[in-house]
Write a protein that binds this ligand. Structure first.
Ligand code: TTP
Ligand code: MG
Length: 396
């Protein structure tokens, strides 16, 4: 039996909250983010501002050039968190299996809710209406039989989108879309695929999976599966900590691979330390690279079992970096882990690296007693000191 997955994503979230709270802003280009005279970026903007070409993540100075008459507002996080709580309460009314992805976005598995609430479309409609009634904000929803397609569906017709991708309309709706709509296809992969004459999701689905694997490795096969409408990831309903991450913004942009790799190892180690202090293990590792032009890529890999030792985390982070760096100067990097379990609930795996677990635990014990910088792994060559602008928290 197919799963029934709903993906909900609020429309122009921060900007919509600001417009709701100040009706004078309705219908105006509203840009939420850093000071327009400073070096920061746009967090988001209203659809009216998007008509001027303003986008999330763009340097705010550029947004100001594109839309000088816009209303520029600072981020007011507590208001967005409040709205986020309200929408999550609505989700949990319809299913316990909710995977929040961001403040304004979540996956819901409603497969077992249909007996009480009606078919998935009816449930999605109720959720969409209830969000609007309770928060006076609008959401777009996507309904499908897996996560990839549900998310794709919610983004197809924003704002206030309501689209179901079924097995019947999959080819008609999905195949004509550009490959960049497939999870994990950023500008670099897009260029690579273009050289193979793959422009649409249809082109990707029709390309032999074996050839894609030869060219792109394991990811090639995964992309092929997604393009064929297959995605076997389940909605992870963990209400505990969802991810642990550390980031660092460099004082000067870096392009020396050895130094950047060292920073990845350092972050990997810090993430490992945090993970173990919370008695957690992780199955998914992600890195973030923000280039000097502010384009940002995130890449992830999954381990075959849950782990928390530094070696695999830092080796994995460095591997992901080497595989994905385009050689341009880097402004910020990050390492995070997700898909977490508590250690006591873990099934012992035959493949677990016990030796590395013991090393990591020993290092933690020494650090807990004598301070973080007293000891380091031999693989880190740079003079170790805590990154000056390290940020990052556990997120739920
Ligand atoms: P998104 O859902 O990506 O964007 P959005 O809700 O503003 O607009 P859309 O209608 O296209 O969904 O992100 C949700 C919020 O997260 C967004 O309102 C602001 C914040 N955000 C940032 O702070 N920086 C970013 O780079 C992005 C993409 C989002
Ligand atoms: Mg959104």
């Amino acid at each position: 039996m197919d799963s029934h997955i709903i993906h909900v994503d609020m429309d122009a979230f921060y900007a919509a909250v600001e417009q709701r709270d100040n009706p004078a802003l309705k219908g105006k280009p509203v840009i939420v983010g850093a000071d327009p005279k400073g070096r920061g970026v746009v967090s988001t903007c209203s659809y009216e501002a998007r008509a001027y070409g303003v986008r999330s993540g763009m340097p705010i100075s550029r947004a100001y050039k594109l839309c000088p008459r816009g209303v520029y507002l600072p981020v007011n996080m507590s208001k967005y968190v409040e709205a986020s709580k309200q929408i999550r309460d609505i989700f949990y009314k319809y299913t316990p299996i909710v995977e929040p992805i961001a403040l304004d976005e979540a996956f819901l598995d409603v497969t077992h809710s249909t007996q009480i609430w009606g078919n998935p479309k009816q449930i999605a409609l109720m959720i969409q209406r209830e969000i609007e009634q309770n928060t006076r904000l609008t959401a777009s929803v996507g309904i499908s039989y897996n996560k990839f397609l549900a998310k794709l569906a919610s983004g197809l017709k924003k704002p206030k989108g309501f689209i179901e991708i079924s097995r019947d309309n999959f080819k008609e709706l999905v195949w004509p879309l550009p490959v960049t709509k497939v999870w994990g296809v950023g500008p670099r992969t897009k260029n690579l695929l273009e050289k193979l004459n793959i422009k649409t999701i249809y082109d990707l689905a029709k390309y032999p999976a074996e050839d894609l694997e030869t060219i792109l490795g394991k990811r090639g096969r995964q992309l092929h599966q997604l393009a064929s409408g297959q995605d076997y990831r389940s909605v992870e309903s963990d209400q505990e900590i969802k991810s642990i991450g550390k980031e660092i913004t460099f004082d000067k942009d870096l392009d020396d691979i050895i130094i950047i790799k060292d920073h990845f190892r350092e972050l990997g180690q810090r993430v490992g330390n945090r993970l173990r202090s919370k008695k957690l293990k992780a199955k998914c590792l992600s890195i973030k690279i923000r280039y000097n032009d502010f384009t940002t890529v995130t890449r992830s890999c999954s381990f075959s079992y849950h782990l928390s030792n530094d070696k695999e985390l830092l080796d994995g982070a460095v591997r992901l970096f080497i595989d994905n760096w385009n050689g341009n100067p880097v402004r910020l990097i990050g390492v995070s882990v997700s898909n977490l379990i508590e250690v006591y609930s873990e099934q012992l795996s035959l493949f677990m690296d016990i030796k590395e677990d013991i090393i990591a635990q020993t290092i933690d014990n020494i650090r807990a007693r004598y301070g973080y910088n007293i000891i380091n792994r031999g693989s880190i060559t740079k003079k170790t000191h805590p990154p000056e602008k390290e940020v990052g928290n556990d997120s739920r």
